[in-house]
Every structure is written in C-alpha cells, then in structure tokens.
Design a protein around this ligand. Structure first.
Ligand SMILES: [Zn+2]
Ligand SMILES: [Zn+2]
Length: 383
C-alpha cells in the first residue's frame, strides 16, 4: 500500500484555493482520467478515483474543515465509512456541464433530496465468436443478448398505478438514515441506506407483474458493431449504454462489453500479425524444388516457392501477406512456412520397385557415411 496522497496535491492546487478553483481543477483532471477516455487503463482508473475522492472532501465545507485540521487521520476513521471511498459514476458529459455537483453533494447525505442516487446500470459481458478470415479486413457484425432494461409495462415505475407508490415511512422517502455518533469529544453524522426500502425511498404496494416491482425486466436486444482488423482473442469492444438500465430514475445505462473469440484457422497459427504454418513436402520436392499454391484468407492464392535443395525444418518467409499490422511499412505481417518432410506410410508395389531401382544411387559408401556423421557431429557441437 502506498501512502495516501494529500488531497490538495492530487488536485494540483494550493491550500488557499477557492471553491471555484477546486472545481475547475477537478473538472479538468477528471476529464483527463475518465475511463471513457482511457479504456482498460487501471492507472487512469485509480487516478480518476483519487481525484474524485479529493474533490468529494474539498468541495464539502464540513469535510474540508476537518481535513484541513486533521489531515487523513481525522477522528472517527474515514468520512466515507469503513470501506473508504467507493468512487462515483460521472459521465464525460457531466464534466462539461455541472452534472457532477449533485453526485458529490449527495455523498455525505447533507440536505439530500430523495432518490438522488444516480447510479449507473451494471455493465454486461458477452462473448462473441468471429471467423479467422474476418481478421484480414475486420467486419460489421451484430448479436442478440438479454439485458435488464426499463420495464415497458410500467415504464420503470415498478407498478402500473402511480398511486401505489408511497414514500417509505422509515426514512421519509430519503432512502437514507442519518444518525449522530459520538466519539469522545467529537460528534459525527453517519449516513446509511434505509433498510426498509433498500435505499429506494419508496415502497410499492401493487408491484407490476412483468418486473415484480423492480422497474426493469429482461429484454432481448440487438447490437451492431464493427470488429477492427487484426483483433486478438480476448479483446473487448465497449458499447456504451447497451448494458443494464439504471435502477434510479435518471441514471445512465451500463456498458456492454463484447469479448471477441477468434475461431481457429484450419492451418494457420497466429503470432501477432504474423501467420505460421507447416508445409509437408515429398523428398523429391525438397530436392528438386517446387512451387505450391494454396488458398489464402486475403482472397488471393498464396504462392510458396521452395528452392531446390531445401531441408526439412527450414522456414520460408513471405512478407506482407500476414494480418494487418501498424508496425510494418505497408501494414501487414509475414507468413512463415515451416518445411516438413512427408514420409508416406504406405506405398504401392510399383512405387516400391522404382525406389529400389534408385536406392543404390542414393545410398552412401561407408567412407561417405562416416564423413557425413562427422559433419553432423561438428555442426551440432558448434550450434
Ligand atoms: Zn414493470
Ligand atoms: Zn426507506
């Protein structure tokens, strides 16, 4: 665990900064580290949470005074409760307007109007398989999925009749319960979710049968998306707003993450933008050389030239016919072809006869054999 940084330092401001300076600095830093701008970047995520926490404290006059006096070691532990600061959901749009202020002012429960918890809906993860061929040019794709969305039968109200929605008597419709805790000479206001209404602030008497009062129900949705060329298995595409609807009235929907699974190719294996394959050849093709043509995923035939005198386990590299890459000049990786000697398991009688005819020509004298053994041994020692 690293040492907790000073809130003023985090927001890059002086101790005597005004509220408007604090806000200005927070807004620009939050925009910089917002997860929408830094997808899959844990460091920015941490920074984003850090500036949020600093702003939550410094924008609240009571908490700021406490922090100015005691620093992080104030009486009564973390002002956010035992779990510490949990982060809040603010969108990039919020950071342009003033939408984030109410989110922060509700954290400490001071004069919070009812149902102001603007919670983003949950994110959703689905996996989606694409054919290997799609890696070459990318593709337009779509998929159907089931997701919790605002119930159409009750428009998210949870009941068909608005009369059936009552303010929760336990919390007076606030969704939160405040109590004062005493700790030595200090008193502290502690706010927690109301148990009776689970923080909703309302109680529903005749719940909508489609959503059982939740206000959301599972619905089948379709999403269209673009798969970029050269994507790797396990990479995720993020579709903002396609996740679950928020439970709170004006909250945004969560994200849908599409995890791409690339189907295996019949013979290619992949190494980044390079494609690897093995090519079985007969002894004569290796000795005499040959050219083979096979279909390729870029639509053109792949011509592989095997020079005379090639050896098994040699590789032939064909440039610019691999997958799209931004590391090479014309933007494509290579194909690496590993040559293999293919020994037939069964041979016909006539073929066998022919082989026996040339056998003597291909065999070595004992001197030649010894020389070859010596050469092999030398090259093994030197390698
Ligand atoms: Zn409903
Ligand atoms: Zn309640």
């Amino acid at each position: 665990m690293s040492v907790k940084r000073d809130y003023y330092e985090i927001l890059e401001i002086n101790r005597d900064a005004s509220q408007s300076d604090i806000k200005k600095s927070f807004r620009s830093l939050a925009r910089k580290f917002h997860p929408d701008k830094n997808p899959d970047d844990p460091e920015s995520e941490l920074k984003f949470k850090e500036v949020q926490e600093a702003y939550a404290i410094l924008s609240n006059p009571t908490e700021k005074r406490k922090y100015d006096t005691y620093g992080h070691e104030g009486p009564g532990g973390s002002p956010f409760g035992p779990g510490g600061f949990q982060g809040v959901n603010i969108s990039v749009e919020d950071l342009f307007g003033g939408g984030f202020e109410s989110v922060f002012s509700s954290i400490f429960g001071s004069s919070s109007p009812r149902r102001n918890k603007r919670q983003r809906g949950s994110d959703l993860l689905v996996s989606h398989t694409i054919p290997f061929e799609a890696l070459m040019n990318g593709c337009e794709d779509s998929l159907e999925f089931d997701v919790l969305k605002t119930c159409k039968d009750c428009n998210g109200l949870g009941t068909k009749n608005i009369e059936d929605v009552r303010d929760c008597p336990a919390c007076d419709g606030r969704g939160r319960i405040q109590r004062i805790e005493r700790l030595g000479p200090f008193t502290q206001q502690v706010v927690s979710d109301c148990q009776s209404c689970k923080g909703e602030g309302r109680i529903i008497q005749n719940p909508c049968p489609s959503c059982r009062g939740d206000g959301r129900s599972y619905q089948t949705k379709k999403v269209q998306f673009t798969v970029p060329p050269g994507i790797e298995s396990g990479q995720r595409l993020r579709m903002s707003g396609y996740g679950e609807s928020s439970k709170s009235e004006n909250g945004e929907s969560g994200h849908l993450y599409i995890e791409i699974d690339v189907q295996e190719h019949e013979w290619f294996e992949r190494d980044g933008a390079d494609l690897l394959m093995a090519l079985p050849l007969s002894f004569t093709d290796l000795v005499l050389g040959t050219t083979v043509e096979i279909p390729h995923i870029d639509g053109e035939l792949l011509k592989i030239k095997i020079p005379p005198g090639s050896k098994p386990s040699q590789t032939i590299s064909i440039k610019n016919r691999g997958l799209p890459s931004n590391r090479t000049r014309n933007g494509r990786g290579s194909i690496m072809v590993l040559l293999k000697l293919d020994i037939p398991k069964k041979i016909s009688r006539t073929f066998k006869k022919k082989l026996i005819e040339i056998k003597d020509e291909m065999s070595y004298s004992s001197e030649e054999l010894e020389e070859k053994i010596r050469k092999e041994a030398r090259s093994r020692r030197n390698s």
